[in-house]
Design a protein around this ligand. Structure first.
Ligand code: ATP
Ligand code: MG
Length: 461
C-alpha cells in the first residue's frame, strides 16, 4: 500500500487563525419543504447518511500508465517514473463550516473579457449562498474597477435578481481590465465589510485574487477568496476544461461552416476563420475536429512557415488544384512571428496581438497573384460573437457545479483557491499552481495527431 501525497495543498483558515472555530454546516444536502419564513437551510441530514465531502477526500489527477516516456503525450513528472501520481483536494460541501452565515457579506466580481457562462456562475454562487443562509450578497460592478470607482454602487444580489440571468450571455455585473491596486481593493473590502470574495476571471484576475488573499492574511482579515477560472481558451493547467470552452467550440462551427460554404461556392475559394487562443490552440483544434471542414489548422504551439516548399501557401495551391477550395482555421496567437511588433498593451498589461487572419489573407492574395492563379479569399473573425453567447447545456452544467463548489470552498474555510474539474471530478486547487503558465496543446499528443489526421495537413516546416 502506498501512502498518498497531496501535491496540491490548499490554504485553510486554520493555518493562520488559531481562534478559527467551525460550526455544523447550514447547507442542507436534502431540502425539505420550508416550514416557516425563517427557512434558510440548516435542516440536519439523515443521521445514517452523512453525504458531505470529507476534508481528506482526494482526487487522483492522472490515471494513465505510460510504459515509455516516448509514448504520445507522456508527461512524466519524475524522469524515473512512468506512473504519475498526483492527488488533489475534492470539492464539495463540508460537514463543518468556518463562517456563520449571518456574519457573511459575500461579494462577486467578474474581470477580464467576456466568456459564455459568467452569468450561470454568478447565479449559482448567489443561490448557494442563500441556501447556506447568507443574507448579504453583492456584486461589484465592472471588475476590480468597481472597488475603487465611487460612482459605481455595489449591486445587491438575491435569487430573485439572478433567477433568469443565465438566459443571456455577458456578465450581469459587467467586466473590465486594469483598475485599482491590491491594497486599494483590500481597503475597499475592509470598508464594505466583505469577508467572502468570489472572483471570476482569467490568469490576470487570479493573480489579483491570490494577491488579495495574501494581503488579507497580512492584515489578519478572516476572508475567503475563491476564484472560478474563466478562460474560453481552456488554457488553465491541470483542468480537464474550463467553462465557456464547449460553447466556443460549438459556436465556432457556425463560422467555420459559413467559411466552408463561401469557399465551396466560389471559384478557387479560400475561407479563413480566426478563433480565440492567445497561447493555446485548443479552440482551433477542437473546432477543426468537430467540424470536419477544415483543411489547415494553425495553432500557437506548432510553428509553421507560410512560404517555401513546405509552407502553408504551397499546400493551399495544392488544395486549390485538387479540391478547388480550402478552409483554414487559425488561432489568434499563431504565427505572431510573421507580424510587426507594436508593443501595444491593454489596460491590464496584456500584449495586443496583430491580426494573423488578415496577414494570411493578404499573403494568400499576393502569392496567388504572383503565379497568376485567381483566388477568392473570405476572412471571418467571429471572436466577439462567440464570447457574447450564452452557455450551452454542457457549459451550463459545468458553471452550476463550479459556482456551487466555490461557495462550499469558502464556507469550508479555504482561501486563495480556485475550483475546477480534474479527471472528471471537481476539485479545489491552490491559485499559484494553475496560473504559473498557460496549459498548451502538446504537439506530441494523440489529440493533435487526430486533428492532423482529420485535416490531412502536412507539417509546414
Ligand atoms: P482574460 O482571459 O479575459 O484575459 P484575465 O483575468 O487574464 O482574463 P486581465 O485583463 O489580464 O484579464 O486581468 C483582469 C484583472 O486582473 C484586471 O483588473 C487586472 O488589473 C488584474 N490583474 C492582471 N494581472 C494581475 C497581477 N499580476 N496581479 C494583480 N492583478 C492583476
Ligand atoms: Mg488573461
Amino acid at each position: 500500500e502506498k501512502e498518498f501525497e497531496t501535491r496540491f495543498n490548499i490554504p485553510h483558515i486554520t493555518d493562520v487563525f488559531d481562534d478559527a472555530v467551525s460550526i455544523p454546516s447550514t447547507f442542507c444536502l436534502r431540502m425539505r419543504t420550508p416550514v416557516s419564513e425563517e427557512f434558510a437551510g440548516g435542516y440536519p441530514s439523515d443521521e445514517e447518511w452523512h453525504g458531505y465531502i470529507n476534508k481528506n477526500d482526494r482526487v487522483l489527477l492522472k490515471v494513465i500508465h505510460y510504459s515509455s516516456p516516448t509514448s504520445a503525450g507522456a508527461e512524466c513528472i519524475d524522469p524515473d517514473c512512468t506512473w504519475v501520481e498526483q492527488w488533489v483536494h475534492r470539492a464539495g460541501p463540508r460537514e463543518k463550516i468556518y463562517f456563520r452565515p449571518e456574519e457573511v457579506k459575500a461579494a462577486i466580481v467578474t474581470c477580464g473579457g467576456l466568456c459564455p457562462g459568467l452569468n450561470d456562475v454568478i447565479r449559482q454562487i448567489v443561490i448557494t449562498l442563500e441556501i447556506y443562509g447568507v443574507k448579504k450578497i453583492v456584486g461589484i460592478p465592472f471588475g476590480y474597477r468597481g472597488f475603487s470607482a465611487k460612482e459605481l454602487n455595489e449591486m445587491p444580489l438575491s435569487r430573485k435578481v439572478v433567477q433568469n440571468i443565465h438566459l443571456s450571455g455577458g456578465s450581469l455585473l459587467g467586466v473590465s481590465r486594469g483598475g485599482p491596486s491590491i491594497s486599494e481593493i483590500v481597503d475597499s473590502m475592509e470598508e464594505r465589510g466583505i469577508n467572502m470574495l468570489f472572483v471570476l476571471g482569467g490568469n490576470g484576475t487570479h493573480a489579483g485574487a491570490n494577491a488579495i488573499h495574501n494581503e488579507c492574511r497580512t492584515r489578519r482579515m478572516k476572508v475567503a477568496v475563491v476564484g472560478v477560472p474563466k478562460t474560453i481558451d481552456n488554457d488553465i493547467l491541470l483542468m480537464d476544461k474550463t467553462f465557456g470552452f464547449d460553447t466556443a467550440v460549438e459556436e465556432a462551427q457556425r463560422a467555420i461552416n459559413s467559411a466552408y460554404i463561401e469557399a465551396h461556392s466560389a471559384y478557387h475559394g479560400v475561407g479563413i476563420v480566426k478563433l480565440m487562443g492567445r497561447s493555446s490552440g485548443f479552440i482551433a483544434m477542437h473546432a477543426a475536429l468537430a467540424s470536419g471542414q477544415i483543411d489547415i489548422c494553425l495553432i500557437p504551439e506548432v510553428p509553421f512557415n507560410l512560404h517555401g516548399p513546405h509552407g502553408v501557401l504551397r499546400h493551399l495551391k495544392y488544395l486549390i488544384e485538387t479540391k478547388g477550395s480550402a478552409v483554414v482555421c487559425v488561432a489568434e496567437g499563431a504565427g505572431q512571428n510573421f507580424l510587426d511588433k507594436t508593443n501595444a498593451k491593454d489596460a491590464s498589461g496584456n500584449v495586443v496581438f496583430g491580426d494573423i487572419g488578415v496577414h494570411i489573407q493578404q499573403e494568400i492574395k499576393k502569392a496567388f497573384k504572383a503565379i497568376s492563379v485567381s483566388v477568392d479569399v473570405k476572412y471571418i473573425d467571429p471572436t466577439y460573437m462567440i464570447r457574447a453567447c450564452r452557455a450551452n447545456a454542457s457549459d451550463g452544467i459545468l458553471c452550476t457545479v463550479l459556482g456551487q463548489n466555490a461557495v462550499h470552498g469558502a464556507f469550508a474555510g479555504y482561501s486563495g483557491i480556485t475550483v475546477g474539474i480534474c479527471n472528471t471530478h471537481y476539485v479545489y486547487l491552490p491559485i499559484p499552481e494553475v496560473i504559473s503558465y498557460p496549459r498548451l496543446v502538446d504537439p506530441n499528443s494523440r489529440m493533435w495527431h487526430r486533428c492532423l489526421t482529420s485535416t490531412g495537413q502536412p507539417d509546414f516546416i
